[in-house]
Design a protein around this ligand. Sequence first.
Ligand code: SF4
Length: 167
Amino acid sequence: FLIFIWILLCYNYIRKDKNMNVLISRCLLGINCRYDGKNNKIKNLREKFPKINFIDVCPEVDSGMETPRKPCEIKNSKVINIDGEDFTKEFNKGSQISLDLCKKYNIKIALLKAKSPSCGKDYIYDGNFDKNLINGDGITCQVLKKNGIIIFSEKEIEDFYSYISAK
Ligand code: SF4
């Protein structure tokens, strides 16, 4: 019986100690991949979670878009830039790249940049380029959600911490 308890304790210890892969919006790691060439770095993320492997993605850059680039928003299920050019194909490609990364690295959780037409969760701009927010998800967030990935926005960082710490 004591051996059984010992094996159980060892198993739990190993399980807790195991590294976990989490998908992250690349700009949150401090990489200047935003449309305006800037980033949205979250400080001390790696230090707080040394056992998390952050797998980064920028759906827009990874789909072939340049940095800097003109801002895009979602309107009538299409993604257009401020000049009205259609980038729906690139945004769809970026979402597929993100999903493929989740499958490749067995990722179940993602931490994404808020309000982006790719990464945004729950709120995005309304498509009129007037800084008006509406309910909705970015294209990549939509695809990841549909495929069962648990998404946290950078605005929900405390919830993310609690969720990860309880794992
Ligand atoms: Fe950041 Fe996502 Fe925009 Fe890339 S697409 S800059 S990762 S918010």
